[in-house]
Design a protein around this ligand. Sequence first.
Ligand code: FES
Length: 137
Amino acid sequence: MLAGPSEGTHIYSCWPERLVGSLQAALDFACWPPKQIHIERFAATLDENFKPEPFEALIESTCQTLHVPADRSLLDVLREHGFPLPSSCEMGVCGSCECGYRDGVALHRDSSLPLSKRQDRMMPCVSRARVSLTLAL
Ligand code: FES
């Protein structure tokens, strides 16, 4: 039933994480449109072995380069420099801080962004970058 998108069919899922993660991967692989997928998570699934590294965030509209230290989130640094992105959970779960990026390698650490959107969207409350990336802000 999940092998390919079916018009008018919506998929809803929540806990447990193994089910949600497997379902999301299968739906992304089968190219289901994100608007037909409704997944709710109640906790972050962060890798405890992840070691944050500093990186540079280039702001496309202003040509500013912001330094993001290893111990701060991109969301915090953006706010400090006058980019008031919305947020709620700040754990990579709710999706409210989503923003666009290009030219760089994002290190996705959230639990809400579907695979199909990860090439140019990210959650700056928990996600980071390898060396640098350009934000579509
Ligand atoms: S604030 Fe919830 S995903 Fe970033």
